[in-house]
Design a protein around this ligand. Structure first.
Ligand code: 5AD
Ligand code: SF4
Length: 362
């Protein structure tokens, strides 16, 4: 569906009955567009080494109090096996932006191993920041299918205010990276933070139009959560309340679902950092993907992008009906590359998860 900037802006400020109606419409459009299954991605935070210094992020290179780690191949593959055995359809390898050959070849090797140990059945999503076209291609050739790279804010000026002013943090390079990823054959995901300092509803309406214009396949967006020891921390007192950031994120998800009925939209961890039922609420108003964290316990505390990050997933979230052993590729992507999408690909799988179900541990 196409909306004008003004229409989107109005939906983003919906209250009361209008808000309920927006959420219900988004739920209907989701059911028609992608079905009601929730797809699981096992998230593995591979390394927190990052060359960038984003002003909002806890693992920015300038944060000397952050203990840096990189998981061993065995640790990653152990987590992948766990995901595979528990019925996850996909895994996400995520990490800071590191362009060393050691890192690039390690990721390449891991992707090949994941394909091997799952007989090519596990979906592999990567999220390692901006890389060269050659690197995207190497990882794609190794067997990765999807790539997540948030634009963070599609507004050039706001982007400039939340990043250092240098060539490493270039808005144009960020946009180019999204084009390069698409040209390399990935399902491409992007997203923004919501409730940033200096951000207005006009910025957010423009973000949604940007995503539609870029014809993205997946989206992950979450509330901005103040991170200690970061430069943006000084604006903590000027932000809208956490509850408002949370509700605005739900509106963003709902409106994006109306605009792009067949993409995959993640219910992100940052939502859960604010509300214990955050991800569940997001699923009810348009999201269809959750990413339970499978990072080995020993290092989890070091991957602190923001504070109060939830460490595990409430099993209640899975009540919506989970697509076990399903890769859950973006239907939008499949249509755009000309793959036939059967109605049964959107079958609603109603599997009620009771706490302690041995099938899945999250
Ligand atoms: N609040 C919310 N999200 C954050 N990210 C980084 N720092 C924060 C924060 N303080 C998000 C960014 C990045 C992703 C990996 O984590 O959007 O793309
Ligand atoms: Fe690095 Fe991403 Fe954090 Fe920026 S947001 S400092 S690129 S991990």
């Amino acid at each position: 569906m196409r909306y004008t900037h003004a229409e989107i802006r109005e939906m983003l400020s919906a209250q009361g009955g209008a808000l309920e109606e927006l959420f219900q419409r988004a739920a209907r459009v989701k059911a028609e567009g992608v079905g009601n299954s929730v797809y699981l991605r096992g998230l593995i935070e591979y390394s927190n080494i990052c060359r960038k210094n984003c002003l909002y992020c806890g693992i920015r290179s300038g944060n000397v109090s952050c203990v840096r780690y990189t998981l061993s191949d065995d640790a990653v593959l152990g987590a992948v096996r766990q995901a595979y055995e528990q019925g996850y359809g996909s895994v996400v390898l995520q990490g800071g932006e590191n362009i060393s050959e050691t890192h690039i070849s390690a990721v390449e090797r891991l992707v090949r191993e994941i394909a091997r140990l799952s007989n090519g059945t596990l979906g592999v999503t990567l999220s390692f920041g901006e890389q060269s076209l050659d690197t995207y291609r190497r990882w794609r050739d190794a067997g990765a299918h999807r790539y997540l790279l948030r634009i963070e804010s599609s507004d050039r000026e706001l982007y400039g205010r939340i990043h250092p002013q240098d060539s490493l943090h270039s808005y144009d390079a960020r946009v180019q990276a999204l084009h390069d990823l698409r040209a390399s054959g990935y399902q491409v995901g992007t997203g923004v933070m919501i409730g940033l300092p200096f951000q207005t509803l006009d910025h957010l309406a423009a973000d949604l139009l940007f995503m539609q214009e870029m014809d993205i396949d997946m989206c992950g967006m979450g509330p901005y959560v103040v991170s200690k020891n970061t430069p943006l921390e000084v604006y903590a007192g000027e932000l809208m309340s956490e509850q408002k950031r949370f509700l605005l994120t739900l509106r963003m998800i709902a409106v994006l679902r109306l605009m792009m009925p067949d993409i995959n939209i993640a219910a992100t961890t940052a939502l859960q950092a604010i509300d214990p039922e955050g991800r569940l609420k997001a699923i009810r108003c348009g999201a269809n993907v959750v990413m339970p964290n499978l990072t080995p316990e020993e290092v989890r505390g070091n991957y602190t992008l923001y504070n109060n990050k939830p460490l595990s997933l409430d099993s209640q979230i899975l009540e919506a009906g989970v697509g076990y052993r399903e890769r859950g590729d973006s239907l939008h992507y499949r249509r755009r590359v000309g793959q036939y999408v059967k109605k049964t690909d959107m079958t609603v799988k109603k599997i009620t998860l009771i706490a302690g179900n041995p099938e899945i541990k999250v």
